[in-house]
Design a protein. Sequence first.
Length: 436
Amino acid sequence: MTLITTLMLGGIAQAQKVVFEEYNLDNGLHVILHNDPSAPVVITSVMYHVGSKDENPERNGFAHFFEHLLFEGTQNIKRGEWFKIVSSNGGINNANTSDDRTYYYEVFPSNNLELGLWMESERMMHPIINQIGVDTQNGVIKEEKRTVFDNRPYGNYIAVVKENMFKNHPYRWTTIGSMKDLDAATLEEFQAFHKKFYIPNNAVLVVAGDFEKKQAKKWIQKYFGTIPKGQDLKKQIFAEKPITQKINATYEDPNIKIPMLVASYRTPSMKTRDARVLEMISSLLSNGKSSILYKKIVDDKKMALQIGAFTYSQEDYGMYIIYGLPLGKGTTANLLKEIDEEIAKLQTELISEKDFEKLQNIIDNQFVNSNTNVEGIAENLAKYYLLYGDINLINTEVELFHSITREEIRDAAKKYLNPNQRLILDYVPVKDQVQN
């Protein structure tokens, strides 16, 4: 585990600086090395700049599909052997997909760095993409969709929010995608998607942990340097018109008995200063049981079983989502009224110095916690390079948050959180299941 030494200087958490080296291979693969000998483990990870937003609108779910498919096997790793190799060598591995990127990683004892690099190079250069693998993972993903979304209480509310908040941008569909689209896709379409996006010049390799740098560079060149560069990618830019009138939507969920209020506002790219201000507003309103909304609506007035707000951060646009479950005879309309009162205060009054100090403490804790282990550092290095275009944010983003003023919090609430700029989603039980 990476040891982080933290102290307070001028109100800002000073964590031990994350030191790294970065360079490019001739094929365009960006390499980041972070040496940390505090524990005998090493992470090899690759983040590809491909997510659900890069899909054909008629083939939703390809990026998430490849998160699964690229564990099927390679020319040199037989089908079904990937996880056996990792576990038999004392390692763990996983992958995840978002709207914007796909991330694969292995954590091995430090004496298995070469193995981790070889496996990730195999995934990039020699994957077997055949009908057997496609059919197998199709079944796996269908079961995941049933379990995580379709049969889970409130499991589809993000999907409904997205399809109402975005009309032109590919953020309008979910990462898991459409089972109908996946069923209709041909093997050749999957192969073409892989050839286009899973290339060294659309990826970043991070090695973090206990390793000898000179040897690591030799292995990186050996296993990744010979992978051919792919065609240069030109990402399409999608713009959304501003929301100027309230959007109303209803969704019936057969898995619930209590309706849920959802209010969602479209926000700017996570790379912007305003997005960070909105993150602070989210923390102020609903971070923990001492937050404004929880204390007022759940504790004091006992109007809700649960209340919350969070920023859904994305590369091109984001969302600010508030949700609540009414208690007893309470209604979602009453919850919305209480929420709007608190937002109106943020729009017209400066938050107290005490609340502002509390926010800064939350920021400090989040900053330190995000870099407390080498796995988190590896993912942050990849994320800040690939999505933010500024790898140094791993050390400096906390300073950006601390430079935000109370006036900016007021102004951001006034700019983005107005009733005519949002979706109001009534997420309700089917009619014969409504709680009496």
